[in-house]
Ligand binder design. Sequence first.
Ligand code: FAD
Length: 303
Amino acid sequence: MPPAPAADPTAMNGENLRWKKFPVLDDGFVTLVDVMGTDASVVQAARVSYGEGTRKVSDDRQLIRYLLRHAHTTPFEMAELKFLVRVPMDCWRQWVRHRTANINEYSTRYSLAIDSMQATQDDGWRSQATHNRQGSAGVLTVADGHPLTQSEQELQSLARRVYEERLAAGIAREQARKDLPLSTYTEAYWKIDLHNLLHFLALRMDSHAQLEIRRYAEAIGHEIVARLFPLCWEAFLDYRFNALRLTHLDQGVIQRLATAGSLPADRQAFLAAQDETWAGLERCREREECLAKLISLGLVTEG
Ligand SMILES: Cc1cc2nc3c(=O)[nH]c(=O)nc-3n(C[C@H](O)[C@H](O)[C@H](O)COP(=O)(O)OP(=O)(O)OC[C@H]3O[C@@H](n4cnc5c(N)ncnc54)[C@H](O)[C@@H]3O)c2cc1C
């Protein structure tokens, strides 16, 4: 059994983390406003259910790991975190899909829109992924990126100028804002319990999430949650974020490869052992996902 992580007296806690700004993107940030609870709160909540009698057989770390492994969710809901975040609006649009948080956002009906738009650097333009219609793949070269950076600057400047002209003409802020680009930064308070925050982080730190929101999720996870809830964080990484889920069909493929004695398998052996419902399909996303899992486990060789 690995030893419990040693307590670090210089480690950041809820007190010295509060209001510390963690920069994200070119002008965004996440900052912790408030936190209720620690790893101990999760344990305390769980022991109401399991009773003190379990203490001898299960220390706090083991209990947290057990809870997370077996999706016992409510003890993690006993801890709450409140953040102030500054995010481009397109990223925020993805963020607010997570319905289990409480939000108060900066009002551009009431106040002037924040005079900052997320700008892309020359080497920050990503090409469209061919295998995943939602994703991006690699970056364009600097030579390719430069004109795009230039036109983005022009567009953002024009949009801001038009916005300010409308305000100067006496147009209401709620209408003047309508042509501001989605790259405009907004700010919001965002409060969420630890269970739903871990769910958010699992989805938004994942490589399938858009890079911009991933950067925010990584800052929240690594800079804040990891420090405030080290045991929960460790269990989250082990049993959720870095875990690999084998479906019933995946297990069948592995069993057939093992029975045939062809492990590690090459691609041809993998195809011979694939699920029968995939076999007739020229393209099959589930088969590709299974192959990727088996390659990551060293059960199938690449190539
Ligand atoms: C990589 C990626 C790509 C995406 N692509 C798209 C897309 O193309 N189009 C699109 O529209 N969205 C897209 N989304 C958004 C996605 O479908 C979810 O809306 C978003 O991730 C919020 O997830 P959630 O509902 O689990 O989280 P939350 O809203 O925080 O909810 C957490 C959990 O609470 C429960 N819950 C919350 N509200 C309800 C409810 N009303 N009824 C029942 N259970 C509830 C569910 O179990 C849910 O999983 C994408 C998300 C990701 C991560």
